[in-house]
Design a protein around this ligand. Sequence first.
Ligand SMILES: *[C@@H]1O[C@H](CO)[C@@H](O)[C@H](O)[C@H]1NC(C)=O
Ligand SMILES: *[C@@H]1O[C@H](CO)[C@@H](O)[C@H](O)[C@H]1NC(C)=O
Length: 426
Amino acid sequence: MLWIPVLTWASAASASLSFSIDDSSFQKVLGDSSSRLDDFASSLGHLPPINPNPSPQERTLKDGEIPRYCIDFAPLVHLYSEERYMPYDIASFVENFKATWGNGSVIAENVSIDTLGDLPNSDDVYLTSLTDFDADPDWITGKHNHPSLIDGSIKEAPATLVVVDKGNGWVDAFWFYFYSFNLGPYVMGAGPYGNHVGDWEHSLVRFYNGKPQIVWMSAHGGGAAFKYEAMEKYAIDQRHPIIFSATGTHANYASVGQFPHDLPYNILCDFTDRGELWNPSRNYLGYTFDGINVFYAQNWNRQHQGREKKYGHWLKFSGHWGDAEIPMSDPRQKYNFIGGHKYIDGPTGPLSKNLLRSVPCERHKWWNVFGVCRIRHNLHFGIGVESEGYNCGAIFDWVRPRWLKSVLDKLTWGGVLCFVADLIGG
Ligand SMILES: *[C@@H]1O[C@H](CO)[C@@H](O)[C@H](O)[C@H]1NC(C)=O
Ligand SMILES: *[C@@H]1O[C@H](CO)[C@@H](O)[C@H](O)[C@H]1NC(C)=O
């Protein structure tokens, strides 16, 4: 099967090159972003409105311009101390695949990062492993990709930064973290379930006039948004907020401990701790996006300048970054009533993550019928032995001795009291 390149190249004022995604993906991105703008706007108080499609007068950034503050306030990421699936370079990753349709018929026998965007513009396209990913080869584990002890960079695994001008002084900096494999959670000792090849996670730092306002991070249950002030900061440079990448799933949280999600009674949990500290801003690929065009940015790290162009128009790829859910006939596949399938579809790429959103949250869980995107003013702590904090509002913080406070916690745990306190105080 041949593919038809729909790419249009154009030169831009800022010495960057741009490429367009076609109208259908544009509509898809736009279509997702509508919800609950009014709620969010009212929480801004005196600040001007966010406009995902700003007019030239409302814009503050040029195409391909990444302001320095996006780098200075970039999140640092604590990987899990015993993480088995580390960040990976997307260019090396894609060398391990052919491109296929969902029905398995081959589109291209091999792919490379600079030709990825030439594949058909469809989410029925999959990168399908050329070798057995289940055997944990190095390209799946990324086991050599540890952050440098000197500057926190991972030399062989650039992060991806996409900056979107939201008008009137608002700027969104989306940091994307790529891991070759997502190891899903265990369900009551069985599992893991929900594994997939290719794992895109991301966080958002939203700025107003160059000042960070809100940090949102992707996680199960739709992710969480916090006031920038509420976030933990990097001790050595207090501008950087800290986020925590959960073991296996790489979901992002604002604190350490155990995070129940999706199912009651803590059946499914993510775990975070203070493992190695990754500084993605020391090695990244930078782009700006205006809803239609992607522009290569001038990289703030001198040694990486021009690399965006070498990687090419890969953001245009609208297929899956990993194998399709493997069939039950394959011995590697398993199914569990609660956990679902052991192996599921690889995810689609960064531009499918609702970058034109007005509210900071990417999407909502089905039960969140009002589509509320809550912005927390206090950190939400994990539970369990690794927890470093406490979520029962602040109502018992003053109680001494500590054992009495602990008894009070226990007495209200599971009741509505802590839930309500967290709603009010969180
Ligand atoms: C697989 O799907 C593609 C795209 O929908 C189609 O063009 C192709 O003919 C299909 N192949 C088979 C064997 O069904
Ligand atoms: C990739 O596939 C094409 C044909 O689809 C072939 O001509 C080319 O040699 C292959 N490249 C590599 C590196 O295998």
